[in-house]
Design a binder for this molecule. Structure first.
Ligand code: FRU
Length: 521
């Protein structure tokens, strides 16, 4: 056996020399340590995207190319609060495991880089690439903060940039900006797609209280084609982040168009939210006979969501920003702030005589869930059942039921509770986070009972599926027909789920399961 004592002086010298290494190396190991720390911060999402450090808001420029999904996002590299916007960048091959990339777009003399989209210019219509190497083109808003501060209008314009190396480096077009409007104030968030019938690019853009549609053959020269919405939908705040998407109604060949519009404030449960319209697009403008307001998600924390461009098999995949401008800058995280929702597949489905836009986690999310063992659960009138686990903070809960009267209470030893209630009286589902943990960082966070009307839920059995990821909960009823997303900041991990029968019959849950969801970082 080696006598380790003999090694002591030698080890001492090695350790001493190691400690004298250059600052650069020390910095490197420091930053590696910092990187490791983000896996363990109490509120850090484990199976959602969040930036390595600092502030993020809207997802931007989501596009698929050569096996890679690109996520760009509104990013402030110098602070955990909103500021001069850049486009942060991350890539993934499965939409779940992300790799952080260097910042893609920096502010320049035209302004900060606000939200926008990216497309693969397959035919090299822009001339930025070649036929053999078609460019990725980003289309974004320039926000000139100085011009805004001096009281001018016209401070938001649209710019473009291109990449010839699948998103690794970007060159801004020297002819920027490509669209301006001297009279407008909120004029932003271009979302572009290729419109096959007219062989041209269509851009949806918002201008204060309405959407505009612009057309272009080359992504550089644009003309205004149509406008929509001054008299339609919710108008409690400014319109933001439009997305115009064609759908085949599930199971048919019938085509309909959906226009997503984020609005802030004016969402049904306060602050920021995303409404949608179902209608038609004729190459110039969007029309709808919809009279009611519709929301893609009724929770407080799914905003500015749009869909990926150029996805395999034309799947429509959506991601939103899991926050709300009412308190986004104050949430109690430390080295980072902001995350995306799970990637969700959008489908347009027949519901009664009309249609509904469903959003539900992409199938690949199933691969993160540890084996489910399902059981039937019967709870007598006036009774409850409690399930305890080491932690429910990184979990999926799923069951089938035909009941419309029950409560689910996520709780911890600190006497905190997040309460979900399904009530047949009033046909609604509610989320109460008033006693869920930290709420006092901003009054608006805890003081509203979040309500979701569920009038068209199937009369028979339907699925309830819930994901909790450290500081968020996503609830999907009937495979995405009704959805709620909310942030939550408990002081101790939720480790008990109480199921309460609030009906006057026995409560039956079929195939009940709860299990851990694997981390992706
Ligand atoms: C939406 C939004 C966009 C804007 C961006 C600025 O959350 O306000 O309209 O482009 O954020 O960061």
């Amino acid at each position: 056996m080696v006598n380790t004592n003999n090694w002591t002086p030698f080890l001492f010298v090695v350790l001493f020399l190691a400690s004298c290494k250059s600052d650069k190396n020390t910095e490197k190991s420091m930053s590696q340590k910092t990187n490791l720390a983000y896996y363990t911060e109490p509120y850090r999402p484990q199976f959602h995207f969040s930036p390595e450090t600092m502030w993020m808001n809207d997802p931007n420029g989501m596009v698929y190319n050569k096996g890679v999904y690109h996520l760009f996002y509104q990013y402030h590299p110098d602070s955990t609060i909103w500021g001069p916007m850049h486009w942060g960048h991350a890539t993934s091959t499965d939409l779940l495991h992300w790799q952080h990339k260097p910042i893609a777009l920096y502010p320049d003399e035209n302004g900060f880089i606000f939200s926008g989209s990216a497309v693969l210019d397959k035919q090299n219509s822009s001339g930025f690439g070649t036929d053999d190497n078609p460019p990725l083109v980003a289309i974004f808003t320039y926000h000139d903060a100085k011009s805004k501060a001096s009281g001018d209008s016209g401070f938001e314009t649209q710019g473009i940039a291109y990449s010839l190396d699948n998103g690794d480096s970007w060159t801004k077009y020297e002819g920027n900006p490509v669209i301006g409007d001297e009279n407008s104030t909120d004029f932003r968030d271009p979302k572009v797609f290729w419109y096959e019938p007219d062989q041209k690019w269509i851009m949806s853009l918002v201008a204060g209280d309405h959407a505009q549609f612009h057309g272009s053959k080359n992504l550089k020269d644009w003309e205004l084609l149509g406008e929509f919405g001054k008299e339609k939908g919710a108008h409690g705040g400014v319109w933001e982040c439009p997305d115009l998407i064609p759908f085949k109604i599930e199971g048919t060949d019938e085509e309909k168009w959906v226009l997503l519009i984020s609005i802030n404030p004016g969402a049904p449960n306060g602050g920021s939210g995303t409404q949608y319209f179902i209608g038609n697009f004729d190459g110039k403008t969007f029309t709808t006979d919809q009279t009611e307001d519709r929301w893609i998600d009724w929770g407080t924390d799914n905003y500015a969501g749009v869909t990926f461009s150029n996805t395999p098999e034309d799947e429509t995949i959506f991601m939103g920003w899991m926050s709300n401008w009412q308190y986004a800058n104050e949430t109690p995280t430390e080295s980072w702030r902001g995350a995306t929702t799970l990637p969700r597949k959008l489908t347009l489905e027949r519901v009664g005589k009309g249609y509904g836009l469903f959003n539900y986690p992409i199938e690949k999310v199933d691969g993160l869930i540890s084996e489910r063992s399902t059981k039937a659960m019967n709870i007598a009138i006036g009774d409850g059942q409690s399930i305890s686990a080491d932690s429910l903070m990184q979990s999926e809960v799923r069951f089938m039921t035909s009941s419309n009267d029950f409560q689910l209470k996520f709780g911890n030893g600190a006497d905190e509770q997040l309460v979900l209630t399904m009530k047949s009286d009033g046909n609604e589902f509610t989320l109460d986070r008033s006693r869920s943990g930290k709420t006092d960082f901003k009054e608006a966070f805890g003081n509203t009972l979040q309500q979701m009307p569920v009038p068209d839920l199937p009369k028979g059995e339907y699925e309830v599926r819930i994901f909790m990821d450290r500081s968020s909960i996503e609830i999907f009823l009937n495979k995405g027909q009704y959805v709620m997303t909310a942030q939550v900041f408990p002081n101790a991990e939720y480790n008990a789920l109480e199921i309460v029968n609030t009906s006057d019959t026995a409560l039956e849950f079929k195939e009940f399961s709860h299990g851990a969801v694997k981390g992706v970082w």
